[in-house]
Design a protein around this ligand. Sequence first.
Ligand code: FMN
Length: 173
Amino acid sequence: MKDKSIAPTQRERIMREDDFIVSKTDPKGIITYCNPIFIEFSGYSEEELLGTQHNIIRHPDMPRAAFKLVWDTIQAGKEVFAYVKNMSKDGGFYWVFTHITPDLGPRGDIVGYTSVRRCPKREALEKVAPVYRKMLDAEKAAGARDAIAAGTAVLVDLLKQTGMSYEELVFSL
Ligand SMILES: Cc1cc2nc3c(=O)[nH]c(=O)nc-3n(C[C@H](O)[C@H](O)[C@H](O)COP(=O)(O)O)c2cc1C
């Protein structure tokens, strides 16, 4: 269970160039595997992580619409790339560039998901953070019921302005 009492701090952990933070989940996003670097950055023990929803490391600065896009994509059987700000157990944060892929069973059904996270480019984060901020502000202003639609609208607007698809935008950063 996510501990809602953890207060976010400004302490940042920065991924090393050759780090890969890996986790696997079941189809519902319950963690079934994580590597030692996941444990190091998240600050949780393997025991605390296994069997827990992946939102245990969700940072309150992340807009809900970003996760909606991620889930819509992977549940459709496609891979997704995204910049994500995560929160460690001590309230600190760490940015990642994640690639999430569906794991398929023998009949092509989705049996889980795998996420491999690499060190994000700092210049990319300078562009992503304000976009997420804008999405989050729109979500807060819209209220819980309409939050995802409001956050998504900000992103869709940006894509329209740039003339790029989501994936093109992510890789242009
Ligand atoms: C394989 C996989 C990896 C994920 N990795 C993260 C992650 O690193 N950080 C995160 O906040 N959510 C991650 N998620 C998404 C969470 O399941 C969840 O949707 C998100 O934290 C938002 O929480 P909420 O759905 O309770 O709002 C991942 C999901 C999957 C399937």
